[in-house]
Design a protein around this ligand. Structure first.
Ligand code: SF4
Ligand code: SF4
Length: 145
């Protein structure tokens, strides 16, 4: 399967990796940096020796090396899903009820204790959309890139 990310030149992209037990021993992510000169940031990981494991990465580098890195991962049986949606927070709508922060596993949404206001850190968001579903005033929104 080939995946097109429709980007040119230098790029930064969030992707989800899904892999089986047999791939755990392989230095999957390390190879992206060493062999393809890609910079990565692990946003979320759930690695299990028994079931399918998953990892959400933000990867940046040249388009050519990015494509080669993805091809390498697919070649060793890692499933790749691009994250094509962005989450944003509408500050005018938000009433800081905190519901979204209670469901956000990546802690992209958290409550500032001093002010009791809910802050959104885009860099930590893995676009799971749970906050979008629970927000009573629809302040958390999805936009497709
Ligand atoms: S659930 Fe909605 S209204 Fe409540 S804090 Fe989160 S974004 Fe704001
Ligand atoms: S989509 Fe919402 S709940 Fe999911 S990681 Fe991003 S901010 Fe947190």
């Amino acid at each position: 399967m080939s995946i097109s990310f429709h980007c040119e030149g230098y790029m930064k992209k969030r992707i989800t990796l899904r892999f089986q037990r047999s791939s755990i021993d392989k230095p999957i992510v390390y190879r992206l940096a060493k062999d393809f000169d890609l910079v990565y940031n692990i946003l979320r990981a759930n690695v299990s020796p028994r079931a399918e494991s998953m990892m959400v990465l933000e990867v940046e580098g040249s388009e050519g090396e990015f494509e080669k890195g993805i091809a390498y991962l697919q070649g060793i049986g890692v499933g790749i899903e691009p994250i094509d949606q962005d989450i944003s927070k509408n500050e005018e709508r938000c009433v800081h009820c905190g519901i979204c922060a209670s469901v956000c596993a990546s802690q992209a949404l958290d409550i500032e204790r001093e002010t009791m206001r809910v802050r959104f850190d885009y860099e930590k968001c893995v676009a799971c959309e749970l906050c979008v579903k629970v927000c009573p005033v629809k302040a958390m929104q999805v936009c497709f890139t």
